[in-house]
Design a protein around this ligand. Structure first.
Ligand code: NAD
Length: 541
């Protein structure tokens, strides 16, 4: 938004982060907008302002302080915030999102300065539309909603989970250039089972146990219907719902709303892209891989389901493809003979003797790829990693649990314990590892490579549903972006600096498989790039 084209002037502009440029207002703008005297006399370019930001950022002594600093910049000058992040992606994306956002959510009620987004609570049944109407923007295009019950691998953080929708929407803007004015974070606060929060006088959310059952479902239904009524074009991204609701809500709404679940479908697509790249390194087609998952929740079965769809596209039957995917949960190998399995695990419960733990499963099944989505820190033990290396020339190890403290192993452990043969990706970023005179660059199976581009593509198509085919196309587009020289260093995802090009390619992939398309829909990555918000003062977006 350009302040010169609005009726807002003076202090009102300075208090509006979307319009505020601080010391960056030109002499002419200062006259036209009645800002003279309200800002210091010297005019700074955005680059010079960024210099001041970086100096102050450099003085912060911990990641959480860096998070607080960047959040306050976002609250006062949005363009400077996004310009700074875009110019320092490797350093700052891990601050505004994982892993730091995990700590920020844990401390959300302590570091709280200024409200962002909407809170819809269990007390609001019957007036959800009214609350949505309080949001100042009418042209909402992307909504990220959580109920805070499974925040990263940290469990139930209640209303403190608001840091997740806020962070994800910042990534929509950073990575795919979705204008921040189109983004709406929502916390669906139905209570918490987290005693620390219930007993904390500064906790910001409803001080009650979680509403479950019909009351919960009615609130979600009212929210979805109200969104469809007020913001008919908006994409709804479900985020960090506990397994008990994540899969169920996706099944309930995927054919009724323009929605998806990033933990299930975004994770699946980024993991599939990682598998495509790892398969190139191994020289083994995906239809010949055997995958073993530690964890059998929404992430694991989401990844397995998309892998099966990808294998079917490459010519094998769905049954054969499912037999290539195996799950280990907290009780051991998921097999047909086990009683009381949750329905999402049943397609992967094969006829096989029960094996009690991960090591037994690795030795018994001889997988080519091991994927950790269990939230169990250190579960990829030395014997597990050594066994993977004994079985495979290039064992593929994805330790996807977030934040870093929950990872099944570190990058260093993966490379060392496989004698440098592992193809590794983490869920959080890991620094390059020196081993045996070589430098390994760990991949990050970061959903950031997928969901912003999917969002951009869906908005461009006019499609009213978000399909698995779109996520398959997104995974393919991401994998195609990884060059041979990246693979040579063990890198199975592109560098973050290329994220806007990646998102443009993902968006183009999505548009090209959308069933409903307007004739004017942009179809090439170059056209997608042209749609992106650029956070420069010279631009009027
Ligand atoms: P979930 O709660 O649905 O599933 C967790 C699963 O782990 C359950 O099946 C549970 O039985 C299993 N589990 C728990 N303890 C175990 C143990 N000791 N041994 C084996 N299995 C055990 O959660 P989810 O949505 O599937 O997410 C799981 C993890 O994956 C989280 O840590 C999350 O941060 C991570 N994740 C990462 C990404 C990413 O990196 N792109 C995306 C989504 C989720």
């Amino acid at each position: 938004m350009d302040a010169s084209r609005t009726l807002v002037t003076g202090v009102e502009i300075l208090n509006n982060p979307r319009l505020n440029k601080g010391t960056g207002f030109t002499e002419a703008e200062r006259d036209a907008l009645k800002l003279r005297g309200l800002v210091p006399p010297r005019v700074f370019t955005q680059e010079a302002q960024q210099q001041r930001i970086l100096e102050n950022y450099g003085r912060a002594s911990s990641d959480i302080e860096r998070y607080i600093f960047l959040t306050s910049l976002q609250d006062r000058n949005e363009k400077l915030f996004y310009r700074t992040i875009l110019d320092h992606l490797d350093e700052m994306v891990p601050i505004i999102y994982t892993p730091t956002v995990g700590e920020a959510c844990k401390q959300f009620d302590r570091i709280f300065r200024r409200s962002r987004g909407l809170y819809v609570t269990a007390n609001d049944q019957g007036r959800v539309a009214e609350i949505l109407g309080n949001w100042p923007e009418r042209d909402v295009k992307v909504i990220v909603v959580t109920d805070g019950e499974r925040i990263l691998g940290l469990g139930d953080l209640g209303a403190n989970g608001m840091g997740i929708p806020i962070g994800k929407l910042s990534l929509y803007t950073v990575c795919a250039g979705i204008d921040p004015k189109h983004c709406l974070p929502i916390m669906l606060d139905v209570g918490t089972e987290n005693d620390d929060m219930l007993n904390d006088p500064l906790y910001l959310g409803l001080n009650q146990h979680r509403v479950r059952g019909d009351g919960y479902d009615a609130l979600v239904e009212e929210l979805i219907l109200s969104i469809q009524d007020l913001y008919p074009d908006a994409i709804i991204q479900f985020e960090d719902f506990a397994n008990r609701n994540a899969i169920r809500l996706l099944e309930k709404y995927r054919d009724r709303a323009r929605c998806f679940n990033d933990d299930i479908q975004g994770t699946a697509a980024v993991s599939l892209a990682g598998v495509y790249s790892a398969a190139r390194i191994q020289g083994v087609p995906i239809t010949d891989q055997k995958l073993l998952f530690l964890g059998a929740g929404s992430a694991a079965t989401g990844i397995a389901d998309l892998l099966v769809a990808a294998m079917v596209k490459e010519g094998i039957s769905a049954d054969d493809a499912r037999r290539r995917c195996w799950l280990v949960d907290s009780k051991g190998l998921v097999v047909k003979s086990r009683d009381g399995l949750q329905s999402h695990k049943i397609p992967y419960a094969h006829d096989h003797e029960f094996l009690p733990d991960l090591l037994a499963a690795v030795n018994g099944l001889r997988p080519t790829i091991l994927i950790g989505v269990s939230g169990q820190s250190g579960a990829f033990t030395q014997p597990v990693l050594e066994a993977m290396a004994n079985i495979n020339e290039r064992p593929v190890i994805f330790a996807l649990s977030n934040p870093t403290s929950k990872a099944e192993c570190t990058a260093e452990q993966a490379y060392r314990r496989t004698n440098g043969t592992a193809v590794f990706a983490g869920g959080s970023p890991f620094a390059p590892v020196e081993f045996d005179g070589r430098t390994f660059i760990p991949g990050q199976g970061n959903n950031t490579y997928i969901f912003p581009g999917v969002g951009l593509g869906v908005l461009a198509t006019g499609a009213d549903r978000i399909t698995d085919d779109m996520f398959l196309a997104a995974a393919r587009a991401l994998a195609d972006h990884v060059s041979e020289s990246h693979l040579a260093t063990g890198r199975i995802f592109p560098p973050l600096e290329e994220i806007r090009d990646v998102s443009a390619a993902v968006a183009a992939g999505v548009v090209n498989v959308a069933r409903q398309q307007s004739a004017q829909a942009p179809t090439t990555p170059e056209q997608m790039r042209a749609l992106m918000y650029v956070p420069d003062y010279s631009r009027s977006n």
